[in-house]
Design a protein around this ligand. Sequence first.
Ligand code: COA
Length: 220
Amino acid sequence: MNIVIYGCGENGCQAYHCLRHDSNVTMIGFLDGNPKTKGTEYLGLPVLGDFDEIARLRRDAGLRGAIAAVGDNVARARINTRLRHEGLQIVRAIHPQVMIESPKSIGEGVILEMGAAVHALAEVGEGCFMGTATIMAHHCKAGRYTTLSGGVSTGGGVTVGSFTLIGVGANIHPHRNVGSNVIVGVGASVIKDVPDNCVVAGVPARHLRTLAALDLTGVK
Ligand SMILES: CC(C)(COP(=O)(O)OP(=O)(O)OC[C@H]1O[C@@H](n2cnc3c(N)ncnc32)[C@H](O)[C@@H]1OP(=O)(O)O)[C@@H](O)C(=O)NCCC(=O)NCCS
């Protein structure tokens, strides 16, 4: 299937290096919201423009699939919503060296970097990002468009809500719940449940501040 990656930044680079091993897809280029990138190359592929190019690419280049690859969780959700609306199938970018053992589900649009691990009965929600050496233990659940940065480690039975960012190297005590729209700081150790809409950090993790509720306009 011919696909494009939306986003020619760091996240797009990570998605590219997962998808380049996938014999089921052919990457025909990148899309990007920055008009200055149109007509340039990224990682040896053409940057083809923005959403308004999709109809032409479907007609002339057999484009059928895509994936949003930007770091901001809500932006990633908005982009995948729009790509779907334009008639494209949202693909998964899963590096062949991800370890996956009998998960319950892995949603569309996930980006799972080299060396991530998904254990038995885990649920990885749509559009989640998992970095290298991130462990999602058995019976864990991550909601939609949540980022588990590199080196994050969860005990068994942890749930994480949607649109949450777990910072690099943080770990979460087994069977704890982290809410939606949460930021967990780099290196934190979460030993208590964390409510929605806040920032926590430190060892053990403590409340730093409250976040405004997310604006999910344009997200389906
Ligand atoms: C937690 C975090 C969101 C706080 O950022 P911030 O709101 O800009 O906070 P500040 O840097 O102003 O720091 C506020 C306080 O929290 C402390 N703090 C910040 N990050 C911390 C961390 N990771 N662990 C412990 N304390 C931390 C600061 O020392 C400061 O303390 P002080 O008020 O006593 O001086 C940020 O440091 C972080 O860890 N982001 C995650 C980054 C990440 O992993 N991205 C993913 C890449 S894939």
